[in-house]
Write a protein that binds this ligand. Sequence first.
Ligand code: MG
Length: 158
Amino acid sequence: MRVGLGFDVHRLVPDRELWLGGVKIDYHLGLLGHSDADVAIHALCDALLGAAALRDIGYHFPDTDPRYKGIDSRLLLSHVVALLREHGYRMVNCDLTIMAEAPKINPHVTAMVTALAGAMACDEGQISIKATTTERLGFTGRGEGIAAQAVALIEPIA
Ligand code: MG
């Protein structure tokens, strides 16, 4: 078995939809990025890629490539899972932490788990999503952005 770690940050700005963990959240700000900027999925993709030593999300989906402009990050996640399968691995479990002062994340966690399980074609029990504030400290605490961390365990396909 192999383990991987992922981390990502995106800036919160007006006039953008807020997508987190594959779920659209009603909020007056959204995350800025070349894709839909789903910071939680990006951290998860990097954890999975890292576990298989397959570089990182920017290597596979460069933000200079117009194909990925505005793309639904669930598609990137599905692609990462397929890439792992090609290399003979499947996910055992993953655990995410989303760091945001606002909006409240916990009411959306169940929907996020369902969305990620759909994108990864795995059981919901393989996915854990947690949320925390940073006690109003730092850029997340000031509401300037959202950060996410993920860890993923993978195993060879028998
Ligand atoms: Mg990102």
